[in-house]
Ligand binder design. Structure first.
Ligand code: ZN
Length: 342
């Protein structure tokens, strides 16, 4: 039985709550295309990803991504911005980057890829690899910094790589670091400084700028609003308050749907409390649920519910939904010239 086999709970939520919300054409701005084999950690079988993507989605081809979308959002046309899974070092960066380019090329010319970078790569290396594979940007990750929790943005996305993105007009998919994420003044200061200094680089702040509940983006939205080269994706954020704070704070025209697949088709929900957030899954809790239907649906469906209900305050229109699910990402991607070999 495939992990994302649809059950009666999923069908009910899709039909009653989501089918009329998700438009016909969808551009998914946040998709991981990878092989588990690119994680070179010899002890990965007992590591944090083994029971998740390691067990459930060890090899994500373009066809598997299509299959998952067809199961979870039937009859939608899907285009993607895809990039490798950032396995902690040791990770096969070259293998990851050529694989994602090869798979994304199956997307009929409508989808694009980003390359996984680490701060040890010099400018010439990242430019050459982007040109070789036609990657339209970079996917850095915080655990390639010396301090993966409190490291500063430039510790894992060094300025020499941002300068390459600026020179070629490329995207940077940024999963922010620090316990307070976008509420941390250092992150805001870095985004203000770097988006101004490198105006041609196009930043996508993943997971609502890593604001899984409202407080983080509430603290910083007014400072970020109006930056012409900064966008946000909604991937795996399941709190409608967070979406409301994002839509109203930075403007719904800067926000794009992303699935974070293959996280989206896992069952559970990203939950928040205090100033914390984490993934709740069927196997990591001991709650007693005998009084109700105890099943969990897909993280993707919880996220879509939040995207829908978070739009009540702004009165999300059909035009907003079209922009959120397709037009904004399509226009952003179309504004980036595919780097060519020299
Ligand atoms: Zn992701």
């Amino acid at each position: 039985m495939s992990e994302y086999e649809i059950n009666s709970l999923d069908t009910r939520i899709w039909q009653e709550e989501l089918d009329d919300f998700v438009p016909q054409k969808v551009f998914d701005a946040h998709v991981h295309i990878y092989r588990w084999a690119f994680d070179l950690d010899p002890s990965k079988a007992t590591g944090p990803f083994a029971n998740g993507i390691g067990a459930m989605f060890p090899e994500v081809t373009w066809e598997i991504a299509d299959e998952v979308d067809a199961a979870l959002m039937p009859d939608r046309e899907i285009e993607r911005l895809s990039f490798p899974f950032p396995f902690p070092n040791p990770c096969d960066f070259d293998g990851s980057n050529s694989y994602v380019a090869q798979e994304t090329s199956k997307g009929a010319g409508k989808s694009r890829s980003l390359m996984l970078v680490n701060p040890g790569m010099n400018a010439a290396q990242v430019e050459a690899a982007a040109r070789r594979h036609g990657h339209i940007g970079f996917k850095p990750y915080r655990w390639y910094a010396d301090d993966p929790v409190d490291g500063r943005l430039t510790d894992f996305m060094p300025e020499h790589q941002i300068a390459v993105a600026d020179k070629l007009g490329l995207a940077i998919m940024m999963h922010l670091s620090k316990r307070d994420a976008i509420a941390d003044p250092a992150n805001v200061e870095d985004m203000l400084r770097l988006s101004d200094k490198y105006p041609n680089a196009k930043w996508i702040l993943a997971h609502c700028a890593r604001s899984y509940s409202a407080w983080a983006i509430e603290a910083s939205a007014a400072k970020l609003r109006g930056l012409p080269n900064v966008w946000y994706d909604t991937s795996t954020v399941c709190d409608s308050d967070a979406l409301d704070a994002l839509y109203t704070g930075v403007g719904v025209d800067r926000v794009m749907y992303g699935s974070d697949d293959m996280i989206g088709p896992m069952r559970g929900k990203y939950i928040t409390f205090g100033r914390a957030w984490t993934a709740l899954s069927p196997t990591n809790h001991s709650m007693s649920l005998a009084h109700c239907d105890p099943r969990m649906t897909f993280i993707r469906y919880e996220q879509l519910r939040a995207m829908k209900r978070g739009g009540r305050q702004i009165g999300l229109t059909a035009a907003h939904r079209q922009a959120l699910f397709y037009d904004t990402a399509r226009a952003l991607v179309d504004s980036i010239p595919v780097p060519l070999p020299q």
